[in-house]
Design a protein around this ligand. Structure first.
Ligand code: ARG
Ligand code: ZN
Length: 884
């Protein structure tokens, strides 16, 4: 068969190379180069002869010249590691097709043709887990973003929408269940123990939403009736034996369907909704039309195996994927630069859903914690990009905290400025206007502008500028009033040296010190580099509460006396602001402690202020335990490091540990009382009992830091008495950090107790890799050699190595062992699963913000990776940018 001849066809849509690419550099794809497709594919019929070793695919496309295209006669069908066995045009076999790299090009002269292509794929050999692959003997697909081209040749871009019909046949014993998108229209038995099924999806969709599953599965089923009376059959499909762990996912699905009708007026549009849990999966889950495919970790839960956090994550991800049915499927993306159109919006939708299902304030705090610990570092590092990127080499690298979480924050700001009712008018208009289309972020902004009545002209900068705005706020009290002076600076990021000021909505309140109350919340919008805001009628200087509810995703610098922070930590009626005041107290104290620029007396005074705030949280009877547990958490080292231009992670880590131990000693009586009180609360899934478990975990952490022997005793008792995973895990987590005899006993028990339960064995790996134990690096090395460890399962790889990369004690070990461990992992994993390997690069990519000795070692690891032969496009892009 022919090898690549590069034709000079003009329809090289978005595949534009930079002027003089270095030898191995993959092409850079630019947003501005978007061209509509030259050919459309209104219909596709797929026929699969299924096998784990080999699957034969016949694809029949009806193609039509796009009236809005460039008129090219060349039909470009993307491929990736596949070869055409046969190509037919209008029923005739042809052999004048060409390959352009991985793509198949066919010249067509009329306006409409029938194309038929056969391919043979090897699911068992697909270790990348993109396209059609085998997992535990079952077959499943992952097509977003560019996996469909690993199954058959197709214009694999989200603006080509087709109606799919699928036929599949395979061994009935190996694959008793055969699923695809839409509805099952026919099924029957074939010869030699085979059977077959036909599926049809009436809704046109892009190829990334195609899905197929074949395997031995059982369902937990229910029915849901939509607002307009459509009866929908719901199934959560899992491997036999896992049925007992599916009820929470099913309940969450029903709750999601109901919530989307009420909160966004969105109803489901098929008679069937299937969710399948798969144990080998690169990401969390995938919103394929009518057939969501999930990582098992976001489906399976029962009290003995899943923590409260696991339950919450399942509810959130089930919601997320369900909500994509409108924000993603009915309205999809024109091109992958628009990814935040569906992801940012859908994250906001899942956040609002989870807030409504549980505690709104706690959910907000959790979301902000994720943003600050994952997205802020991304935004201040070499991989910073706007929520709507301008270019990429490998789109998989752009499924980031920026596109997802900052994307959600940007839309949340629109909602804050418009208010929920007007925002809803905007989303209604968006859904109505663009239903059935492949849309852009600009389309979304316009719909919100018109529907909600906002002027978002300047606000669009949030889509194009990367970097976390640094906002300074100062308050001056004079003449019976206050003047707030606010200024903003958006830092330079790669490719974006100069930035313009953006509109920053700040919710503020001015507290009266005596009455501990305020005269109403206000919204101010800072849209200039610097501005001032005047408020009259304050005889005495009030206490300023600003960026309440985290109304804007910014880094805030407010000069405030420690006493004001203590006041807000105790009195602010905005729960987020209360949390924020405590975090600020801790952050400024720890930063002062490591920078050594504060005298001992001031340092001690600040530390006492932190203690007073924590004591108030421990003793406040009006506080619910979920919030109490939240307020007791110390900020992670990654967020502390963000405060410094160049950080010594060990110094931050030690200062944080010291503070933990000191608070544990100073507040020992209250902490023990708390631990005793919450330990007596019996297990249930209600908020009170979940709050009790959260406080139990936090109290234990401080007690163990202050008094390891007492901590070990309490943790050991808690471990063996536990009747649920939350308590068992929080106890084992504390034991893991201690050099005590109880540690190994509990670890051995945990491993034996849960042998064969992959998700819980993941926890066993993660608890050890994330520990504060002095020998944590030795433990990580031994775990990599443990018979339960495997490089072929992403969950297991992440449990060991992502946990290690996020553990400052292990990763930033002074000798560089942590960096070498992650560097070697990347090199070994890249040939197996490049997408997952690339996710580890950003940890090393932080080197410029780390003290020079370590920075040197981190950079050396990146250079070693860069020098490896045959690097994937995924890892190459991340490493090159991190070194650049
Ligand atoms: N759309 C999926 C979600 O957000 C994620 C798919 C990511 N796939 C990938 N290959 N990066 O729910
Ligand atoms: Zn998503």
């Amino acid at each position: 068969m022919d090898i690549a001849s590069t034709p000079a066809d003009s329809e090289a849509n978005m595949q534009v190379a930079d002027a003089a690419p270095p030898p191995q550099a993959p092409p850079v794809i630019h947003r501005e180069d978007y061209l509509p497709p030259a050919w459309l594919v209104p219909q596709i019929a797929l026929d699969f002869a299924l096998g784990v070793d080999e699957t034969h695919v016949t694809s029949r496309l009806s193609v039509q010249r796009n009236p809005d295209g460039n008129g090219s006669d060349v039909l470009r069908l993307n491929g990736d590691q596949i070869a055409p066995l046969a190509v037919r045009v209008d029923g005739e076999a042809i052999n004048d097709w060409r390959l352009d790299g991985p793509d198949l090009l066919i010249e067509l002269h009329g306006d409409a043709h029938a194309i038929e292509i056969e391919t043979l794929i090897k699911p068992i050999a697909n270790s990348q887990l993109m396209g059609l692959y085998a997992s535990n003997g079952m077959l499943c697909t992952q097509c977003e973003a560019e996996g469909f081209r690993r199954i058959t040749f197709f214009p694999d871009r989200p603006d080509v929408l087709s109606v799919y019909s699928v036929r599949m046949a395979g061994d009935k014993a190996a694959f008793p269940i055969l699923l695809s998108n839409g509805n099952c229209t026919a099924q029957g038995d074939g010869e030699n123990g085979t059977h077959w099924a036909e599926w049809q999806d009436p809704w046109p969709k892009p190829s990334y939403l195609f899905a197929l599953v074949a395997g031995d599965l059982v369902a937990n089923s229910a029915a849901f009736t939509t607002r307009s009376g459509r009866k929908v059959a719901l199934n959560i499909w899992v491997r036999p034996g896992d049925e007992s762990r599916t009820q929470h996912a099913l309940d969450s699905l029903i709750a999601s369907m109901k919530w989307d009708e009420e909160a966004f007026g969105r109803e489901y549009d098929l008679d069937l909704f299937n969710v399948v849990a798969v144990s080998d999966f690169n990401m969390g889950a995938m919103e394929n039309k009518g057939l969501n495919i999930f990582n098992t970790r976001y489906v399976l839960a029962e009290p003995d195996t899943a923590t409260d956090a696991d339950y919450d994550a399942i509810e959130g991800v089930i919601g997320h994927e369900y909500f994509h049915n409108w924000s993603g499927n009915r309205i999809t993306c024109r091109d992958w630069f628009q990814l935040s159109l569906k992801e940012g919006f859908t994250v906001l939708r899942d956040q609002l859903f989870s807030a409504d299902m549980g505690s709104e304030p706690v959910k907000r705090i959790e979301d902000v914690r994720v943003l600050r610990s994952a997205q802020f570092p991304e935004d201040s590092g070499p991989l910073a990009h706007p929520i709507r990127p301008d270019s990429y080499q490998e789109i998989s690298n752009f499924y980031t905290a920026t596109v997802y979480n900052k994307g959600a924050e940007v839309i949340r700001m629109m909602r804050t400025m418009a208010g929920p009712e007007r925002f809803r008018k905007g989303t209604d208009l968006y859904f109505e206007r663009h239903d059935g289309e492949a849309a852009t972020c600009e389309d979304f902004i316009k719909a919100i502008e018109e529907g909600a009545g906002l002027d978002l002209a300047q606000f669009r900068l949030w889509y194009s500028q990367a970097g976390t705005p640094q906002v300074q706020v100062r308050m001056v009290h004079e003449d019976n009033g206050v003047t707030l002076t606010a200024s903003q600076a958006v830092p330079s990021t790669p490719g974006q040296a100069m930035k313009q000021p953006m509109p920053i909505p700040l919710r503020i309140a001015l507290f009266d010190r005596e009455t501990s109350s305020h005269d109403g919340e206000r919204l101010i919008v800072l849209d200039k580099a610097s501005d001032s805001f005047r408020f009259e009628g304050y005889a005495k200087a009030p206490v300023l509460s600003v960026n309440r509810g985290f109304s804007a995703p910014i880094a805030l610098d407010v000069e405030r006396p420690v006493d004001d922070l203590v006041f807000l930590a105790a009195n602010d009626d905005d729960p987020f602001a209360r949390y924020e005041a405590m975090q600020s107290l801790v952050v400024r104290h720890l930063i002062a402690a490591v920078s050594g620029n504060m005298g001992a007396a001031s340092l001690a005074a600040e530390r006492n202020a932190v203690k007073r705030a924590f004591a108030a949280v421990l003793d406040d009877v009006a506080l619910d335990d979920l919030m109490r547990g939240e307020l007791l958490m110390l900020p992670p080292v990654s967020y502390l490091a963000e405060q410094l231009l160049v950080a010594d992670p060990s110094a931050l880590y030690e200062a944080r540990e010291d503070l933990k131990a000191w608070l544990g000693r100073e507040l020992s009586a209250s902490l023990r009382t708390l631990h005793d009180r919450v330990s007596a609360v019996p297990y249930s899934r209600d908020a009170g009992a979940r709050g009790a478990r959260k406080c139990k975990a936090q109290a234990l952490i401080y007690i163990a830091a202050a008094d390891p022997a007492e901590g070990a005793r309490r943790a050991d008792t808690q471990y063996w008495a536990a009747d649920n995973m939350t308590d068992r895990q929080s106890a084992l987590s504390v034991l893991c950090g201690l050099d005590v005899a109880e540690r190994q006993q509990a670890l051995d028990d945990f491993h034996k107790r849960y042998a064969g339960n992959a998700l819980v064995i993941d926890k066993w790996f993660a608890l050890q890799a994330g520990s504060t134990h002095p020998l944590v690096l030795d433990h990580i090395r031994d775990l990599a050699l443990h018979p339960d460890f495997t490089m072929s399962n992403p969950n297991r790889v992440r449990a060991l190595y992502m946990t290690a990369a996020l553990n400052p004690k292990a990763f930033h070990d002074v000798g560089g062992e942590g960096y070498r461990t992650i560097g070697e992992l990347i090199r070994r994993l890249d040939p197996i699963n490049p997408q997952t390997a690339a996710r580890f690069v950003p940890a090393l990519g932080r080197w410029r913000r780390i003290e020079s000795e370590r920075a040197h070692l981190m950079k050396a690891e990146l250079e070693k990776i860069a020098a490896a032969p045959d690097l994937s496009r995924d890892v190459r892009e991340q490493v090159t940018k991190s070194l650049g």
